[in-house]
Design a binder for this molecule. Structure first.
Ligand SMILES: *[C@@H]1O[C@H](CO)[C@@H](O)[C@H](O)[C@H]1NC(C)=O
Ligand SMILES: *[C@@H]1O[C@H](CO)[C@@H](O)[C@H](O)[C@H]1NC(C)=O
Ligand SMILES: *[C@@H]1O[C@H](CO)[C@@H](O)[C@H](O)[C@H]1NC(C)=O
Length: 369
C-alpha cells in the first residue's frame, strides 16, 4: 500500500521534471523572429498593401499568457471590419486574426491551466495582435484543449463562431432545456456563427428556421440543424406564415445587419419573445414596438467578458472547453468548408476578399507557414 503511494509520488515527480525539461527544450528552440501578416494602413483589399508579409519579433508574454505556435488561423467578419479602410496609420504593425489552433510552446509564471506541448484552440483579444502570425501570446482564458479527433485546420474553424453562438443562445437569450419545442429564426444562418447556432439550437430541442438564398447554402443549413430554410431575398413574413409561424417566433437570432430587417423582426416576434443581435446596425432603429409586446432585445459580442474583465470572465474559457468536448463527442459538427495554404499576405487578402463578398458557406481556414 505504502509502496504504491511512494511509487506514485516518484512517478509524479519524474513527470514534473520531464515536462520541465520539455518546456526548457522547447523554449530554447524558439526563434527570435517570426513570420506574420500585418498592416500599417487600412486599405481596400484590392490594394496589395492592405495586408503585408512581415518578419517580426515574437510577442512578449503578459502575466497569465501562453505562447502558442499557430498551426491554423480562421478568418471572420471581424477581421474585415477591423481592416476596413480608414485614415489611421499604425506606427507599429498590427496583426489581425482572432481564431485559431496550435501548440503551446512557452508560458508565463501565472499561467496555470496548460502545459508546454499542449495542443489547443483559441479565440483572440481585439486589443492585441492576432493569429495571422507564427506565434500568438494569449491570456489562457482564451484557450481550450483542441478536440483530439479534429485536425488543427478543423479546430481553427470553431472557437470564435462557437463561443459567439453559445453565448447568444445560453447567456443572452437564456435558452435552456425547458424551452424544448419553441421556435428560433436564425437570419443569415449559413455563415460561421449561424451554422453553429443552428446546431446548438437543434440540440436544445428548438424548431430551427434558417435563411439562405442559394440552393447549395440551403443544403448546408439542412445539414447543420435547420428544420426549415426560408429565402432571405424574399419577404420573410409570408414564408413564415406558409410554414405555420404566422403567430410569431419565440426567438430570433440576427446574424446580419438588423436595420433592413427591423420591421420584419418587430412583426415576426411573438409577444414576450426575445431577439439577439450579433451584428452592428447600419442605421438607427425604433425601439418603440418592443414595449407593447414586451419583447426582450439583447446583444452579443464575443470578448465582452475579456475586454471588460468581468467577474465571470472564466466563463469564456468554460464555454470554449465545452465546445471542445462537444466536438470530440460528435455533439457539434465542424463547419470547416475551405482551407488555403500557406498563411501569407496573398492568401489572406484572397480570404478577406471572399469574406467581403458575403457568399462564404461555413468557415474558411488558412494553415501552415
Ligand atoms: C503588434 O506587433 C507589433 C510588432 O511586433 C508591435 O510593435 C505592436 O506593439 C504589437 N501590438 C500590440 C497591440 O501588442
Ligand atoms: C431565392 O429567391 C431568389 C430570388 O427571388 C431566387 O433567385 C433563388 O433561386 C431563391 N433561392 C432558392 C434556394 O430557392
Ligand atoms: C470526432 O469523434 C466523434 C465521436 O466519435 C465523431 O462523431 C466526430 O465526427 C469526430 N469528428 C471528426 C472531425 O472526425
Amino acid at each position: 500500500m505504502l509502496g504504491g503511494i511512494v511509487l506514485v509520488i516518484v512517478a509524479f515527480v519524474n513527470q514534473i521534471s520531464a515536462s520541465q525539461e520539455t518546456a526548457e527544450k522547447m523554449a530554447h528552440k524558439l526563434p527570435s523572429k517570426m513570420k506574420a501578416v500585418g498592416l500599417y494602413k487600412y486599405l481596400p483589399i484590392t490594394d496589395t498593401n492592405s495586408l503585408l508579409d512581415l518578419e517580426l519579433s515574437l510577442p512578449e508574454l503578459r502575466k497569465r499568457d501562453v505562447l502558442v505556435k499557430v498551426k491554423a488561423t480562421a478568418v471572420n467578419p471581424i477581421d474585415t471590419k477591423q481592416r476596413a479602410p480608414k485614415p489611421n496609420v499604425e506606427t507599429n504593425p498590427r496583426i489581425l486574426g482572432w481564431d485559431g489552433a496550435g501548440v503551446i510552446v512557452a508560458k508565463a509564471m501565472n499561467a496555470a491551466l496548460y502545459n508546454v506541448g499542449d495542443e489547443v484552440f483559441f479565440t483572440g483579444n481585439l486589443g492585441r495582435n492576432g493569429s495571422n502570425a507564427e506565434y500568438i501570446a494569449l491570456d489562457e482564458v482564451h484557450v481550450a484543449r483542441k478536440p483530439t479527433n479534429l485536425t488543427f485546420e478543423q479546430a481553427a474553424a470553431m472557437p470564435l463562431t462557437s463561443v459567439t453562438a453559445y453565448e447568444s443562445l445560453y447567456d443572452r437569450l437564456l435558452i435552456s432545456d425547458k424551452d424544448r419545442g419553441k421556435s428560433i429564426l436564425i437570419i443569415n444562418s449559413a455563415g460561421g456563427v449561424g451554422s453553429v447556432a443552428s446546431q446548438l439550437a437543434k440540440r436544445l430541442g428548438l424548431k430551427v428556421i434558417g435563411t439562405a438564398s442559394r440552393s447549395e447554402t440551403k443544403a448546408f443549413l439542412l445539414d447543420n440543424g435547420a428544420d426549415i430554410v426560408l429565402n432571405h431575398t424574399q419577404n420573410l413574413l409570408p414564408q413564415l406564415e406558409a410554414n405555420g409561424y404566422g403567430n410569431g417566433l419565440d426567438y430570433i437570432l440576427v446574424n446580419y445587419d438588423p436595420y433592413p430587417y427591423w420591421d420584419t423582426l418587430m412583426k415576426a416576434i411573438k409577444p414576450q419573445g426575445k431577439i439577439c443581435l450579433i451584428v452592428d446596425s447600419s442605421g438607427l432603429v425604433d425601439i418603440k414596438p418592443l414595449k407593447e409586446k414586451s419583447i426582450t432585445l439583447v446583444s452579443e459580442q464575443m470578448g465582452t467578458r475579456i475586454k471588460y474583465q468581468t467577474e465571470d470572465i472564466s466563463r469564456h474559457q468554460e464555454i470554449l472547453q465545452t465546445i471542445s468536448q462537444m466536438l470530440e463527442k460528435g455533439e457539434l459538427k465542424c463547419t470547416l468548408t475551405k482551407v488555403m495554404k500557406p498563411i501569407n499576405a496573398a492568401n489572406l487578402r484572397e480570404a478577406h476578399r471572399l469574406l467581403e463578398e458575403q457568399h462564404l458557406i461555413g468557415k474558411l481556414v488558412l494553415s501552415g507557414f
